[in-house]
Each structure stands twice: as C-alpha cells, then as structure tokens.
Design a protein around this ligand. Structure first.
Ligand code: SF4
Length: 371
C-alpha cells in the first residue's frame, strides 16, 4: 500500500499505455478527500458505525475506516471520502467494458475513484483499487462536471468502472441523477458485491450493468478475492429482475476456475436464473499483480467454456482478450448469420435492424437504439 505519488503516476501511465487507453486528463494533483456523509450505515454504541453498503458490513470505530479504505467514521458519523474525487477519467469504446449488446460503437466516458471492497489477487487495476484516496492522484469533478465532460467528448454513456463503483456509491448515484434527461447511458462495471437494499435503490438509475462473475465456487471468492459468492448471485438476480441490461464477464484463470465442471455448473445456473439472453464473455487471463505464477489462459480453454455455455442454452457467448478470434462477433442464435463483426474494440459492421436479425427477423436481445 505504501507507494509514492511519483511511483503511482509512472504505474498509471504504463498501465494506460498497456491497455491502449488515452487519458483525457492528466490527474497529477493530489487533492484533499472531499468528505460527505455516506448512505447506508447505522450508528452503534460508543460512536461506532456499521456500514451496510456491501456484504462485509464493516463495524468501524471513531476515526477508523472500513476495509475499502474510502469510508471513515468521524465522531460517530460515517463519511465517504471519494465523492467528486475521481482518480481516472477516460473516453473508452463501450466494447472495452466489455458491453457487446449495449449500443455498439458508442464511447463511454469512464471514471473511477480509489478503493475497492474486494482484494482480487489478479486485479489489473490494483494501482488504484488497493489504495486509499489520499495515496492516489485525483482531481475534483462534481457530478455536473462529469456530465459536461462526457458531452464535450461526444460520449454516448457514462461508465463507472476500473476500480469498484460500489465503494463510490453516492458519487455514482449523484452522477446518474445529474445525467438524467441528457441521453447519456449510465453503466456500472462492478464485482456485484453490494447489499440488496442499496442495489435496489440504484437500479432505477442504471441502463446497463456488467458484472465480473469471478467464478462459481465459494473457495475461489474466499481465497482469491477475499469475498463470498452468495451475495454476488443475489445481485445478479436483482439486476435481472429489475430488467436492467446485464452482461457477465468470467476471467478464466488456469487451475483456479477453468474446469469444465465449473463452466457447466455456472452456465446452467445462468440459464436457469437469468435466462438465455445474458451475454457471457469468457476472457483470457494474463499474469498480473499477485498472480504472476500462472500462465495466460490457453485459447482452447475459452473455446471449451464457450462451447459448454452454448450447449447449456446460452445464446450469446464470447471469447475475450483474444483479438481477431471469430467468437468476438455477434452471431444470430437462430439462423447463425453474423450480425456484428468486431476486431478488438472496433465494430467492422453491424447488421442488426430494428433489434432484429435482417435474415430470419428474430429479435436479438440487447439495447440497440437510442431512445
Ligand atoms: S463498502 Fe467499504 S466500509 Fe462499507 S462494508 Fe463494504 S468494505 Fe466495509
């Protein structure tokens, strides 16, 4: 956790270059955390508080912080330190999130603050997710500033992403409110580790959610992410029940979550609980952060996962992080016409017309038109 600002900026620049991101803003001035009272907590005796935002339910003594490092008890009141305090701002293709069935080809004005409520050993954004706000360079951007900035760069959506938006819940919610009526989509890229009440309150403001469905085993969530599986399953069900567009990413890591049995159990659960139309992205792992000892995922493993998903009834299954692979394309599940051809984050063509396959006229699940 102890890292100088200079070291952080070097890492940030290297990370952005590695993932092809062009930062819109040079976030090189540290700012004092902008505290405001948090939502979703209860006051306890002895000026302690219990956070009720995520399943960790941190009980926090006066002048201490919760596990995510961005919420602080000040004299028995709980504060968020990251409202209006983003540490990353970029204008990314929506395909990079990845969301493949949500207005293909638009850009999403993407932002993050420091902090996370999980500790994934493979985190690719650990330079911001595993740090406290005062350890990460950031700038002051109010919700209105974010909306104006998104409009200025011609984005079609605002994406809460990179670290974990659950921990900047109040900021995310206020940006969603500020963006109402602007035509900007509001999308959350999350681990889904949130309690039901705050999630239900947030869902009416969201247009799409991508969840990193990290595995289908409690042992993986416990040992590799310091979390639990059951709350994530509950969140997925809530999103589905609310009718908010949902896509899932499964980062397939050799030896940890890559068994055929797990692919089978996971995709059966998805079809049974969420239906056949939720797109699944099986993406390739590369050695990262604390998991430097494992090799990249063989492409054949992703192909096997996709095959199992399709066999179990999933209509849209993709292989991710394999540029040029044919399963980056969207294919009609009914007549097998290629509908959207992609190369990396680029759309080569999109043949979907009025949300339908132009050949067999069946409806293709997704959000294809701006309302
Ligand atoms: S959001 Fe942060 S403080 Fe609240 S329960 Fe989760 S980890 Fe703890």
């Amino acid at each position: 956790m102890g890292k100088s600002r200079r070291q952080f900026l070097q890492l940030c620049a290297a990370g952005m270059a590695a993932c092809g991101a062009n930062p819109l803003f040079a976030l090189d001035s540290s700012s004092t955390p902008n505290a405001r009272e948090a939502m979703h907590y209860e006051k306890l005796s002895d000026r302690r508080v219990r956070c009720q935002l995520c399943p960790r339910e941190c009980v926090v003594a006066d002048l201490e912080r919760g596990t995510c490092g961005v919420r602080e008890n000040r004299d028995g009141k709980y504060f968020t330190l990251v409202h209006s305090n983003p540490c990353a701002l970029n204008n990314d293709p929506i395909e990079k999130k990845p969301l493949f069935h949500f207005h293909p080809g638009i850009n999403a004005f993407s932002l993050a603050t420091a902090g996370c409520n999980m500790e994934c050993r493979f985190c690719q954004n650990w330079e911001i997710s595993q740090f406290r706000p005062e350890q990460v360079p950031s700038e002051r951007y109010t919700p209105d500033d974010i909306v104006v900035s998104a409009q200025r760069v011609g984005a079609g959506a605002i994406a809460f992403t990179y670290s974990e938006p659950v921990i900047f819940y109040e900021y995310m919610r206020d940006i969603c409110l500020a963006a109402r009526g602007t035509g900007l989509g509001r999308v959350m890229i999350s681990n889904g580790y949130i309690q039901s009440k705050p999630m239900k309150q947030l869902l009416p403001y969201l247009d799409a959610v991508k969840i990193d469905f990290k595995a289908f085993s409690e042992s993986f969530y416990r040992d590799t992410c310091s979390a639990h599986l059951a709350p994530v399953l509950k969140t997925l069900q809530l999103i589905h029940d609310a009718g908010v567009w949902l896509e899932l990413v499964i980062l397939v890591i050799p030896t940890l979550n890559d068994s055929e049995r797990e692919f089978d159990a996971m995709t059966r659960w998805v079809v049974q609980k969420l239906g056949r139309d939720v797109p699944l992205h099986f993406t390739r792992f590369h050695p990262m952060y604390k998991l430097q000892n494992l090799p990249p995922t063989p492409v054949s493993t992703l192909e096997k996962a996709r095959e199992i998903a399709l066999k179990n009834g999933v209509r849209y299954a993709y292989a991710g992080n394999v540029p040029g692979h044919p399963s980056e394309n969207t294919v009609c599940p009914f007549c097998h016409t290629t509908l959207i051809q992609r190369r990396g984050f680029h759309i080569m063509y999109n043949r979907i017309q009025d949300s339908r396959c132009p050949k067999c006229k069946k409806t293709i699940a997704g959000k294809w038109h701006r309302d």
